[in-house]
Design a protein. Structure first.
Length: 98
């Protein structure tokens, strides 16, 4: 994300729902643990953590944060699910009033 001016943003990540995963298992939730980390680029040296949404086994995780203008930001979905599990898909949405 690149911002020109200070902005209040809502960032959300929704996990996919799949009928063969949950329907075949008797509606047992198979969500993986997902969280979000918002990073601000610090020149060529790296990134600083701005905010984070704690990991949860929910359909959606979100965070509302005020981001300063003139910086580039990176939003990273984070999961510590076992590596051998099947890949998951999701939708990342960023909303702002500006």
């Amino acid at each position: 994300l690149s911002l020109r001016e200070r902005s209040n943003v809502d960032i959300a990540f929704w996990q996919e729902r799949h009928s063969t995963r949950e329907g075949a298992l008797g509606a047992t939730c198979t969500n993986v643990d997902v969280g979000l980390v918002i990073l601000r680029r610090r020149g060529a040296d790296g990134y600083d953590v701005v905010d984070a949404a704690p990991r949860a086994f929910e359909d959606c995780v979100s965070v509302e944060v005020i981001l300063e203008g003139g910086f580039d930001y990176c939003v990273v979905p984070v999961s510590l699910q076992r590596l051998e599990s099947e890949p998951r898909q999701g939708i990342l949405a960023v909303h702002s009033v500006k």
